[in-house]
Design a protein around this ligand. Structure first.
Ligand code: ADP
Ligand code: MG
Length: 301
């Protein structure tokens, strides 16, 4: 197969591994810097160009679109979809997962467990928002944050209020969430490919941090998840329409609650913690499912 990977940095571990796995299996793979793809979006026949050359004949595209370039990256991916290239994850599904509110609304509607979460635009409603999630301690999150940056614990009513007001004053969108204390700085990442959990790890935050992100000094180890956790992860990926997803959950007193669903999950942590060849599994899935022209949405909806 001829595969394109949309990624800004070909040297990242995840991207190197995907390229390696594809070549090992005899495929041709090009890494295209997402921001350097240009498009004629009005052409009758959708086209895309790279360094002045027309892009054609790809069977599949692997989107690895960083959070900071979601807008342009999704437009490029949509263009590929309109050209009939099969995407590992569709642009519409990635769009859903990138919007924390939208994805939580979709997951809640499906009856999946989530931490009690509130959202308000107006800082005047701070008291009401705090009341909705059961009062301090609460977790306050920047809607656009990743890697644990912009996730703050408001331990008391007063500190929670100050943080909410500061964020709102800076004109950024936030959500306020019940603090799942019993998860004890640990979370679970279930790696889903094609409706199956292929690997799972537990991340533990450094002793002085409630956040378990590896980027914040957390450590990871392989874990056996419960059947309930497994089905929660699978259903979350399916509801968002993602073939490949990293589903992050907390173990709460009332079962697994989903924190977020990542549409470009990193491979380094999970491959190292579990010793599994996740890149290989991604390429295998692609081999079994990539059919030219067969995309669910072609960027619509
Ligand atoms: P990011 O997208 O920046 O990774 P997350 O929502 O995943 O943001 O939060 C980062 C980390 O903070 C999580 O991995 C978890 O360890 C901790 N955390 C987040 N939300 C809660 C919560 N409601 N209760 C307890 N811990 C939480
Ligand atoms: Mg996270």
């Amino acid at each position: 197969m001829k595969i394109a990977m949309l990624a800004r940095n070909a040297n990242l571990y995840s991207h190197r591994r995907i390229v390696e796995a594809a070549r090992e299996r005899g495929h041709e793979i090009d890494v295209l810097n997402t921001l350097r793809v240009t498009m004629n979006i009005t052409s009758h026949r959708p086209e895309a160009y790279y360094n002045g050359a027309k892009l054609e004949l790809y069977d599949a595209v692997i989107p690895r679109i960083g959070a900071s370039i979601t807008f342009y990256g999704l437009a490029v991916l949509r263009q590929f979809e309109m050209m009939g290239v099969w995407p590992l994850n569709e642009s519409v599904a990635i769009g859903r997962s990138r919007d924390k509110l939208r994805s939580m609304q979709i997951l809640a509607r499906a009856g999946l467990g989530l931490p009690v979460t509130a959202f308000a635009h107006d800082p005047k409603q701070t008291d009401e928002v705090l009341r909705m999630v059961g009062g301090a301690p609460v977790v306050i999150k920047l809607l656009e944050g990743t890697q644990g940056i912009g996730v703050v614990l408001g331990e008391t009513e007063q500190s929670a209020k100050s943080v909410i007001e500061a964020f709102r004053g800076a004109n950024v969108n936030i959500l306020v969430q019940e603090f799942i204390k019993e998860s004890r700085s640990q979370d679970i990442r279930a790696f889903v490919i094609g409706g199956k959990v292929v690997a799972a790890m537990q991340r533990t935050g450094s002793p002085d941090d409630f956040r378990s992100n590896l980027h914040r000094g957390g450590t990871a180890k392989q874990i056996k998840i419960t059947p309930e956790e497994r089905s929660t992860a699978i259903r979350a990926a399916r509801k968002l329409g993602l073939n490949v997803a990293g589903v992050d959950m907390l173990r709460s007193n009332h079962g697994p609650v989903i924190m977020e669903v990542n549409s470009s999950p990193g491979l380094e942590g999970i491959e190292q913690a579990t010793g599994k060849d996740i890149a290989g599994k991604i390429i295998e899935f692609l081999e079994e499912n990539a059919v030219k022209g067969k995309t669910k949405t072609r960027g619509k909806g």
